[in-house]
Design a protein around this ligand. Sequence first.
Ligand SMILES: CN1c2c(nc(N)[nH]c2=O)NC[C@@H]1CNc1ccc(C(=O)N[C@@H](CCC(=O)N[C@@H](CCC(=O)N[C@@H](CCC(=O)O)C(=O)O)C(=O)O)C(=O)O)cc1
Ligand code: HCS
Ligand code: ZN
Length: 757
Amino acid sequence: MVKSSNLGYPRIGEKREWKKALEQFWEGKLKEEEFVVKTDEIRLRHLKKQSDAGIDLIPVGDFSLYDHVLDTAAMFGVVPKRFGHGGGKVSLQTYYGMARGTGDAVASTMTKWFNTNYHYIVPELEGAMPSLADNPPLRYFKEAKEQLGIIGKPVLLGPVTFVKLSKGYDPEEFGSVVDGFVPLYASILKELEEAGAEWVQIDEPVLCTDLTEDEWTVLEQVYDTLIKAAPGIKVILQTYFDRVSRYERVVRLPVHGIGLDLVHDGGGNRQALTTHGFPDDKVLAAGIIDGRNIWRADLERTLSSLKELEGVVSKDRLIIQPSSSLLHVPVTVKVEEGLGERLKRTLSFADEKLQEIVTVTEAVKEGRPSISNELKESYDGLDNIEQSRTLRESEQLAANEVLQRAPFSERRVVQESELGLPLFPTTTIGSFPQTKEVRKERLKWRRGDVSDQDYRTFIQEEIAKWIDIQEKIGLDVLVHGEFERTDMVEYFGEKLGGFAFTKNGWVQSYGSRCVKPPIIHGDVCFQEPMTVDETVFAQSLTEKPVKGMLTGPITIVNWSFVRTDIPRYDVANQIALALRKEVEALEANGIRMIQVDEPALREGMPLQKEKRAGYLDAAVHAFKLATSSVKSSTQIHTHMCYSEFGEIIESIKALDADVISIETSRSHGNLIHSFEENTYSQGIGLGVYDIHSPRVPTLEEMTRNIERAIRVLDPQLFWINPDCGLKTRGPNETIEALVVMVEAAKKMRETVLAAQQ
Ligand SMILES: CN1c2c(nc(N)[nH]c2=O)NC[C@@H]1CNc1ccc(C(=O)N[C@@H](CCC(=O)N[C@@H](CCC(=O)N[C@@H](CCC(=O)O)C(=O)O)C(=O)O)C(=O)O)cc1
Ligand SMILES: N[C@@H](CCS)C(=O)O
Ligand SMILES: [Zn+2]
């Protein structure tokens, strides 16, 4: 009989109690035993919620104390040597050391989870001999069974995806490295079988990327082995975020069920299902409720699309589920106030999505009449989506033109003469520490306890303090510090037309850090200057140039929840046109450098190769739409973090920014390698130190990074800056690191100038 299922539930809690517990534990305000009790409570509460909602297959083991990829590494005792782990179960101290760094041991790399804004910790295999140091899926399974009577569906990150996401091995050894983990997975499955597990979900999202023939062979062998390890368990091989690359091969894998994303597959999975059929010895776990966006499901359409599959797979072999884990959406709409009833009724967060899954399952089981109330509500809600849109952009789209700037060689001459910067100019990426004090003041202002004028004065005092600090450190290009911003996307969303905001719509970004993606529900438009006040104030305090600081169109789109009734790229262009007005306003107010950040450009790349060129063209178009109308003397900067740029280097060039700053230090030289193969001849700053760690790097480390970079990049075009913004750092460590950075720049200037004489 058809079943309802979930793939993963948000960890953070309705009131971000998970985040708060983690941070209290790190600050020493919660003892380990208290922390464990608190997080156990949260986990069980989430399981109960899903059970109360009526979900048949409830995921267990998707919960984490930081990140599920890190959990998998810890489960196998994969701990880099520098953390001094002596074997056996990984302690909480070591676990958080790997995530955040400890003492002299730098944290493991953190990077984006496929095309999402969630970050995972990259396992370092370093020739490790993995062992089953712990079996959390089993513990969580038993806990759910014993405490709540739930026969959960353990979730494992599959061995092929796990090794693909790891580093510290030669790609040629991929097969043997995976083989090292297979017996451990087999043991987990066996122990789960003995404990009474019926279903297990093994996530292999790499099946939505292009695997080589060798990798495919490894994958097939892995599942041949695993399926024999625990014959009593039904394994669902779960994919998400796109269509699978090799449908016919995927459905032949020797597992009991295949989980497909039927929302973010560009129609590819559905087409493959109808064209090639589906094996009649397998279960189809159909991801038909959107796990990545927050719009209420169109139940009528969902049911019709399931009907199309009726001839492909029978009801008794169907599982209804979200397209991916619900980790990527906020917890519940219920608590939202201030959105307006109309808009609120168009939304569906994790808890509402569980209801949608149960409703659709019911309709498949019992027929449409059994859900007539829900169908009406869905219909009314969707009607509200249309009504809640603000449509006014026909004139904007008509002006949708990229202007041609003068060639970089000409702009460079004008800018050099106007700006008079030294060799190796030093700057930062934009934000300075968002201290508790800054956040508290904003909270008071939002609650109405502080007047607009007092809040503005407070922000100006912060700006003045940090302009003074930057002058004293000796930086060449200054920033105002972004103190007025909660978040680099949310802030612009609040100022632009066409956006709405939740009060509590938090989503985990990395570790305990959360973001509150704004909702784009109407046409986006410029309403009033958004950054001019703070930037002009900062510029009034110094002779040095202050960089205006904006978030780019593709990043705003990728880090928001976006309407789906018009193409995503049209939304990006609307944002670009609104930003263009801001760029022009900054220029008109005497700002000579403007940075338009695009940190999410790389992450938003479609998993399927054939879609990438279209995405990159659209991203470049939107960026140029926003930045191409300025004078040659106005220097346009951009910034990107989370490297692996080799593949997009041509698009980076096509942005035609005068200066780009890129995160480098965590990629340990890989990025520099891409510049060996590709020339880049516009201004560029490769981050000279990692801002994710509180550790202050030494002069030698920074100098080494600069020297390595200028072996492949023109020193005359090279900028010196940190990897990313400094909002998560404390004031002292920020200042100490920047002092070292400026010292490194001075030393390099002397060395290069001496060599020229
Ligand atoms: C560059 N990054 C960003 C990504 N995505 C974005 N949308 N924005 C980004 O900047 N993705 C990639 C990276 C991820 N990096 C980060 C870095 C830091 C954070 C972070 O610090 N998040 C904060 C929440 C930020 C925020 O909006 N703060 C509000 C305060 C909200 C709050 O908690 N208020 C408290 C009271 C405050 C107090 O008393 O201290 C309350 O309401 O109870 C603000 O500034 O006003 C976090 O804490 O998680 C995220 C991603
Ligand atoms: N200007 C932003 C970019 C972050 S990617 C900052 O400095 O925080
Ligand atoms: Zn950044």
